[in-house]
Design a protein around this ligand. Structure first.
Ligand code: T4K
Length: 399
């Protein structure tokens, strides 16, 4: 294999993104049919029949009583916070998450306090979270990173002991479980994201999952300006409704999920086969205690691998592969929060220095060929690191 870093042709002719949307030809076809139904009805948003149908499907898939569709995951968290009405104080959140988790708390009047992670699951460490509790703490928000469910029973017992509220960010955990329990089934509200980059998408979208009918009713009101009935706004609400076009895309995607998951699993198996046992390359395990949707594939590049994580990133970019180092540098190190963080998060900092996520879906070539080729690139990198470091294209890129 002549790597692009040595002047070869990039393996992919177009960029292959982590999170590139998965849209099968049949999904597109079904989407047009559903969208046409909405146009024919001339009913395009504000709780139409497609959104109602999708709510039922999402609830069924997660085995919960209620799924409340929301315009995106970020607003789903904000609607939940409004429902919970916790007042001002602090929320303990992981530093290893998409910034949305922290920002939603901050906007909701709860200052995020960032917590260290468990280096195996990459989720917030319950014992570390408990140590951060003060008399200002109102809420804990575990996040199911890469669809690996956080230890919800441990968080529930900590919150009960200290009289603190709990909700979980299940943005990445559509149809994932922990010992058979799916998001929304742990007795606390959770929310999903259906962003275009996710395993299941409505392009922009999300949902609140709960078994609490009263909470679901309030969330339905709060996503629609606080209206209760056509003419009376009982609450201070948001506009966080999902349109019929987004719901159409979701309904069109549902039949593709079994084969989508299979393809993602196949890609994962190929990557694992190629990378496991390679010195200095460690695969993040997804099937620790339950089912995963395999949307994310993360590895850690450590010594004695002869290239650093950033050097690997550069070599792959020359091949038109665009990895992501989710969620480096961590929310605690991002500009808006950096000056506030007082405690050290050694595990988070260590993990986020070496992590790199590889694409799991591809637009140029089939999933198997693509994963095999990317796996082989790691062998070439391992065996040719000194030559790579001397290559002009590598030096240019690293400067
Ligand atoms: N909590 C957690 C734990 C989350 O992961 C998220 C979202 C949320 C809360 C909030 O949910 P939402 O409000 O978003 O529903 C992306 C997504 O925008 C974000 O939804 C997602 N997490 C996060 C993990 O990934 P970025 O900043 O990485 O986005 P961006 O634009 O760099 O896109 C990711 C990659 O996908 C790029 O390499 C480009 C590629 N891409 C993207 C889009 C939109 C495409 O190839 N085509 C596309 O259409 O956040």
């Amino acid at each position: 294999m002549n790597l692009a870093v040595f002047g070869g042709k990039p393996y992919f002719s177009t960029p292959q993104h982590v999170g590139g949307p998965i849209v099968e030809p049949d999904t597109r076809k079904r989407y047009h049919e559903y969208a046409d139904q909405a146009f024919k009805r001339n009913f395009l948003t504000n709780g139409g029949p497609l959104a109602e149908e999708l709510e039922k499907e999402v609830a069924r898939i997660h085995g919960v009583e209620e799924a409340v569709l929301i315009a995106n995951g970020f607003l789903a968290q904000q609607v939940l916070l409004l429902c919970m009405n916790l007042g001002h104080g602090e929320a303990i959140v992981p530093a290893n998450t998409f910034i949305a988790t922290a920002h939603a708390c901050e906007l909701g009047g709860l200052t995020p306090v960032f917590c260290d992670l468990d280096p195996v699951s990459l989720n917030m460490n319950p014992a570390a979270a408990e140590k951060l509790i003060t008399d200002k703490t109102k809420l804990i928000v575990p996040v199911h990173i890469f669809g690996v469910l956080a230890d919800m029973p441990a968080f529930a017992s900590i919150c009960e002991k200290h009289g603190i509220a709990l909700l979980a960010d299940a943005a990445q955990a559509f149809d994932c479980d922990r010992h058979g329990v799916r998001p929304g089934g742990f007795g606390v509200p959770e929310f999903l994201s259906f962003h275009a980059t996710k395993y299941f998408s409505t392009i922009e979208g999300g949902a609140i999952l709960t078994n609490d009918a009263e909470l679901a009713q309030k969330a339905r009101s709060l996503r629609n300006f606080g209206f209760f009935g056509p003419n009376d706004a009982e609450f201070l609400g948001l506009n966080a409704k999902m349109s019929e076009m987004s719901a159409a895309f979701g309904l069109a995607s549902l039949p593709a999920l079994p084969s989508r998951r299979e393809n993602l699993h196949r890609v994962r198996s190929i990557y694992k086969e190629k990378l496991q046992g390679m010195p200095g390359v460690r695969v993040h395990e997804l099937e620790l205690e339950g089912r995963n949707n395999y949307r994310y594939f993360a590895i850690f590049i450590e010594e004695p691998f002869p290239l650093t994580r950033d050097e690997v990133d550069h070599v792959l970019r020359l091949e038109n592969i665009l990895p992501r180092s989710y969620f480096s540098p961590g929310c605690h190190n991002m500009g808006y929060y950096r000056h506030r963080q007082t405690g050290l998060l050694p595990e988070t900092d260590r993990v986020l220095e070496s992590i790199i996520c590889l694409p799991t879906s591809f637009v140029d070539a089939g999933p198997e060929d693509s994963a095999n080729a990317i796996g082989d690139m790691f062998t070439v990198m391992l065996e040719n690191a000194p030559a790579i470091k001397k290559a002009e294209l590598f030096k240019n890129r690293m400067n």
